[in-house]
Design a protein around this ligand. Structure first.
Ligand SMILES: *Cc1c(COP(=O)(O)O)cnc(C)c1O
Length: 381
């Protein structure tokens, strides 16, 4: 079976994990800070906190911004539910900005219209969670400019986008955002099994992220109320969580991060081949303009003449485990119970009805890809 996405773990990755198990602290050792430093070096961000998942990262990013009851957060409906759930965890409410059908990212045009409405009705969001769908960056410069005018914070959900560039710089460097959140789930750019990280250039936000990810507890004297009783002392300053990453995971992350550039080269190689080999089929392809800037977490085609369910089924019968990204967040029964309706975000819905995610991962060979392409040709032409 050829899956849609898969991790690539080599002997060097395995050795890094074994070394921690044999010789080091399993958690709260030296590997987590080393991984955080490597992520800062890679992205250009000043601060990084590793956490136990991208979802935890989104949660603490919202908490660090002070998002709570009565606040509104906007995100894209074409994403994994975690992009919106993070706001709900904090007691805030969520609204969506529909996507641009060509980029499949939040539409800047619709964002501006929604901002205008929200300004008039006094329902401006406190924060925007922008999702760099499939690894192609949103139009951050314009979005940042508009958010500054309206005092709206920006969290980048960069779960797909480690290894991508925007304006010639790595995504995750937070040049046009307050915080960025990465995920290291096995299908993402690099893996730590489960894991995530939050980057920022703002020292106050970095401190809040750290606090919320570690029980709300600090050992830093300068943050304590009153004097420390002694060198053993710590204080809990807020209600935080245990979202720590283990050193076993961080060691894997360090080893994987060293391979990231090579991973991205491979993904771009495969995407260039797909773009060429599928160009005559009745499908809509992702933007070729993103070839050398996207991290290509996913490769989606949109069927223009065929029924998606049938094509999905036929590919599975040929051992090609294509997938579908994403069921719009507002389609989920939980979100429907909050009052969202089908039909509210037509671009994301149309994309969902026609989209098919083709196999794309580092260890996919050209021969396997050729097989996928030939099966697709048989089905579609
Ligand atoms: C994977 C993903 C997340 C969540 O990351 P986890 O590490 O699985 O918790 C959040 N947002 C998007 C867009 C994702 O694809």
């Amino acid at each position: 079976m050829i899956s849609y996405g898969k991790h690539s773990v080599n002997q060097q990755d395995i050795q890094a994990v074994v070394d921690v198990l044999e010789n080091q602290f399993l958690t709260q050792g030296s590997q987590v800070p080393a991984f955080e430093k490597a992520l800062c070096d890679y992205t250009g961000a000043a601060f990084c906190t590793a956490v136990n998942s991208g979802t935890s990262g989104l949660h603490v990013a919202c908490l660090a911004l002070g998002i709570g009851k009565g606040d509104i957060v906007w995100t894209s409906p074409n994403s994994f539910a975690a992009s919106a759930n993070c706001a709900l965890y904090c007691g805030a409410s969520v609204s969506f900005v529909d996507i641009d059908p060509s980029t499949r990212n939040m539409s800047v045009e619709l964002f501006l219209l929604k901002l205008e409405d929200a300004r008039r009705s006094n329902t401006l969001p406190k924060a925007l969670v922008v999702v760099h769908f499939a690894g192609s960056s949103c139009e951050m410069e314009t979005i940042r400019h508009q958010c500054k005018l309206h005092d709206i914070a920006i969290i980048e959900d960069a779960a797909h986008a480690l290894g991508a560039q925007y304006n010639g710089k790595p995504v995750g460097g937070c040049e046009f955002s307050d915080l960025a959140v990465l995920s290291f789930h096995p299908v993402k750019s690099i893996t730590t099994a489960e894991g995530g990280a939050v980057t920022t250039n703002n020292p106050d936000l970095a401190q809040q992220v750290l606090l919320y990810a570690k029980h709300g507890i600090t050992r830093d004297n300068t943050l304590m109320q009153g004097d420390a009783d002694g060198p053993w002392y710590y204080q809990q300053l807020c209600l935080g969580y245990n979202y720590r990453m283990s050193d076993i995971q961080a060691a894997l992350g360090i080893s994987q991060l060293a391979r990231l550039d090579e991973f991205i080269v491979k993904r771009r190689h495969l995407v260039a081949r797909y773009l060429k080999l599928l160009q005559d089929l009745p499908v809509r392809l992702p933007l070729a303009a993103d070839l050398n800037t996207s991290s290509w977490h996913l490769f989606m085609i949109e069927l223009t003449e065929h029924e998606r369910a049938a094509v999905y089924q036929q590919l599975h019968e040929k051992d090609i485990a294509v997938n579908v990204h994403y069921i719009p967040i507002h389609f989920h029964p939980y979100y429907q119970s909050l009052g969202f309706k089908q039909g509210e975000y037509p671009n994301a819905e149309q994309f969902y009805y026609h989209a098919l995610t083709l196999p794309l991962y580092v260890d996919l060979t050209d021969e396997q890809q050729d097989y996928v392409v030939s099966v697709l040709h048989d089905i579609l032409s």
